[in-house]
Design a protein around this ligand. Structure first.
Ligand SMILES: [Fe+2]
Length: 347
């Protein structure tokens, strides 16, 4: 079963943080006391570790975690869900995108979180397990996450839900607000506001399965975070507040890249990890025996080419790509966040 590559490598994250914090190249060079050639090398993907550590603090990134990312020394390992959860990974333009199916074994009620670009495999599983898809929950409305929505609605006739602040139009669209709850039998789904990447970007926190599960769209990726040129700080703040306060054995299901865990991201995500590992590791790692624990770093898989749409097992994704077009945001007068389209890589 192939593993998905991480969504962002170290220079993607450096550029994302720099853009989000509105720090120019010259400002970064001056503050970190590096040369223009050093910065150019970093941005070209050359892992000059001394330089990387110098610039990390100015980008509010953990130098230790950023170094691990650059050296490709850590990869997340999420526990198995024996039932009630499936992950799909489908190609969209020059990248791949994840979407998810959760269900209650007893009632056979199911919900889809995001659609990805192709729902054929998902619908096969729905039919095979005799599920009834009641709801389609959208983390946000960027095109890669909603591309197959018309096909999915036509096949299931399920209600489509999105946050009330997310700009999106669709027939019979329903709106939820912060912290709303939904239920599928004994499975509870709570809408956590993790906005910033988009105005209504939501994480669906699922309880009642084998592990607490946070399906977080582009609020967080393993070793990275959803980008935004105008609301990056909000994205980081909301992700930290809502996701890192969840139970320590929570599994994260991002919109791109591999499944991960809160325990892993707390240590290895440069955006959320402490500056230095030495003092943080004993407190950050979960208790012995916890399935979500990053017992030791494992090597990153090589980045494969985007493959065909597909589900692998009931929790594991298929090959992945990286960049995507998306949207950016600007503040509105009424306190709401308005976002405008942008062409650059969004995640
Ligand atoms: Fe997005």
């Amino acid at each position: 079963m192939p593993s998905l590559p991480l969504e962002d490598n170290f220079h993607d994250l450096v550029s994302k943080a720099q853009r989000g914090l509105h720090i120019t190249d010259q400002e970064l060079i001056d503050r970190a006391e590096i040369t223009p050639e050093d910065l150019a090398a970093i941005k070209a993907g050359e892992a000059r570790l001394g330089v990387l550590r110098r610039i990390a603090r100015h980008l509010k990134l953990s130098p230790d975690a950023l170094e691990v990312l650059a050296k490709k020394e850590a990869y997340p390992r999420a526990p198995i869900f024996p039932r009630g959860f499936a992950m799909f990974n489908t190609p969209h333009e020059d990248m791949t995108v994840n979407n998810y199916l959760v269900w209650d074994e007893k009632t056979r009620e199911a919900a889809v979180i995001d659609t990805g670009a192709d729902v054929a495999e998902l619908l096969d599983l729905v039919a095979a397990k005799r599920l009834r898809v009641k709801s389609i929950f959208l983390t946000h409305a960027h095109e890669d996450h909603v591309a197959a929505l018309p096909a999915l609605v036509e096949a299931t006739r399920a209600d489509v839900w999105i946050h009330e602040r997310e700009p999106f139009e669709f027939p019979k669209l329903r709106r939820f607000t912060d912290n709303d709850y939904f239920h599928l039998g004994v499975v509870a789904i709570k809408a956590l506001p993790t906005w910033g990447h988009s105005p209504g970007q939501t994480t669906f926190y699922v309880q009642g399965l084998s592990w607490p599960l946070a399906l977080c769209g582009d609020a967080l990726f393993s070793a990275s975070v959803g980008g935004s040129p105008t609301h990056y700080a909000d994205q980081v703040k909301n992700t930290r507040a809502r996701l890192f306060s969840l139970p320590k054995d929570t599994v994260f299901g991002p919109g791109h890249g591999p499944l991960t865990t809160l325990a892993h991201e707390r240590v290895y995500n440069p955006v959320f990890a402490p500056e230095r590992f030495q003092s943080a590791r004993p407190a950050a790692l979960p208790a012995e025996g916890a399935a979500a624990a990053p017992a030791r770093p494992v090597p990153l898989p090589k980045r494969p080419k985007a493959g065909k749409a597909g589900r692998v097992g009931e929790h594991a994704p298929r090959s992945g790509g990286a960049a995507r077009p998306a949207k950016s945001a600007k503040p509105g007068k009424d306190g709401r966040v308005s976002f405008k389209s942008r062409r650059k890589r969004s995640a």
